[in-house]
Design a protein around this ligand. Structure first.
Ligand SMILES: *Cc1c(COP(=O)(O)O)cnc(C)c1O
Length: 397
């Protein structure tokens, strides 16, 4: 937060229009220009965006949605809200969903796959996009709604809550697959306090202008006119074409996003990459450290969180290392406890033993802080705290 953001928010507050209006529309156009998708709809959160698109595709009881076991709860909870079945699959060593595991999990009931770009690292989208176009899987697909008939294959709904600005083969997340959803929650790289965006990139014959209008209405109770349109002369009469949701973004939120997106690449991402590099340079010198992948010739992270792994320890030792780090007044985290370990999903019958790589990644992982205002000196304090904590617990000075 800085004066520029404050000024833009104040401008909105005095503008006479505080909910969805010109600033939200401007932010949508900026997001489209930024990542190169066909059209963007801003919504009230990333979760709302994911759920809106599952409803749009007609997901309900009897359908299956493939979700990585290793993600935040939002990715799976939205599927439960639709009454569909969550089909968890295991991860790869890079923390992202395993394409091989997806392939094994596809059934005639599979309607959607939700890959997640964990920590900002894009999934293997060429492989995932090719998978759903394989004739054997297209034949299995049994469309039940108009949108499903038009697509006539499994939908890829990418959860890019972490990965705005990430790149795969020189294309940005947002333009890599059918639908991509960003989150602008306060902990994310680019924030509007709460907020999200749906980036659309569907193949023909989908018409993106039509889709935008349809989804815009769906995010506003299925109303044919938004509040702004209703203020125009003679514009009071409207219709409800379906029982939609209340998932719109406000202009107050969009004001923050507008300021941040302008400087996102040249300032915020640069700073985040610098922090990642500083961690990697330091930890590469320790044989117990496994540093994360965040930049290759083909892929580039958005540097969301730094997922350090400590080799040759178990979950209890990892927890003790975190305790030791906290004693040094450094706050670290774990991204994520795999969902099959969470009470709701465990009681629903999922077993962590079925996701060995997700468990392995989780049990060795410690997320280190990455944020714009973190100074080099603070990064060094984190590094020192981690090194000392690992040496204390592993006893290997
Ligand atoms: C934050 C997050 C979401 C949800 O975003 P909200 O804007 O908080 O609803 C979804 N998926 C993942 C992986 C997240 O980290």
């Amino acid at each position: 937060m800085d004066q520029k953001i404050v000024d833009e928010v104040v401008d909105t507050l005095w503008s006479g229009w505080i909910t969805t209006g010109p600033k939200t529309k401007k932010f949508e156009k900026m997001l489209t220009a930024y990542a190169g998708q066909s059209v963007t709809l801003c919504v009230s959160s990333g979760s709302a965006g994911l759920e809106l698109m599952l409803h749009w595709f007609g997901i309900g009881p009897g359908d299956e949605v493939i979700v990585p076991a290793y993600t935040y709860a939002a990715t799976a909870n939205v599927v439960v809200h639709c009454g569909a079945k969550v089909v968890f699959v295991d991860s790869d060593e890079d923390f992202n969903i395993s394409v091989e595991a997806i392939q094994k999990a596809i059934t005639p009931r599979t309607k959607v796959i939700i890959p997640v770009d964990i920590a900002g690292w894009p999934c293997d989208y060429d492989a995932i996009n090719a998978l759903v176009r394989k004739p054997e899987f297209q034949r299995l697909f049994t469309p039940a709604t108009k949108a499903q008939m038009t697509l006539n294959r499994i939908l890829i709904l990418s959860d890019a809550a972490h990965s705005i600005g990430g790149k795969y083969k020189n294309r940005m997340t947002g333009a890599l697959t059918d639908i991509t959803v960003y989150s602008f929650h306060a902990v994310k790289n680019l924030t509007t306090a709460e907020g999200g965006a749906v980036c659309m990139n569907l193949p023909p014959p989908f018409d993106h202008d039509l889709l935008y209008r349809e989804l815009n209405a769906k995010s506003l109770h299925g109303q044919t006119k938004d509040a702004l349109a209703k203020t125009q002369i003679g514009g009071w009469r409207y219709d409800i074409i379906e029982p939609g949701y209340k998932y719109n973004m406000t202009d107050i939120q969009a004001s923050m996003g507008i300021v941040e997106l302008v400087r996102y690449n040249k300032d915020m991402l640069v700073r985040r990459k610098h922090i990642f590099d500083r961690y990697t340079t330091a930890f590469s010198g320790y044989s117990w450290a496994q540093v994360p992948l965040y930049e290759t010739l083909e892929r580039k992270s958005s540097f969301h969180v730094y997922l350090l792994r400590i080799k040759r320890i178990n979950e209890a030792q990892r927890d003790r290392i975190i305790q030791e780090i906290f004693k040094k007044e450094v706050a670290v985290n774990v991204h994520f406890v795999p969902l099959p370990m969470m009470t709701y999903y465990r009681e629903a019958g999922y077993r962590i033993q079925d996701y060995p790589v997700a468990y392995d990644n989780y049990s060795h992982e410690i997320s280190l802080p990455v944020y714009y205002d973190l100074t080099d000196e603070m990064v060094d304090t984190v590094i020192k705290a981690v090194v000392e904590a690992v040496e204390t617990v592993r006893g290997d000075k």
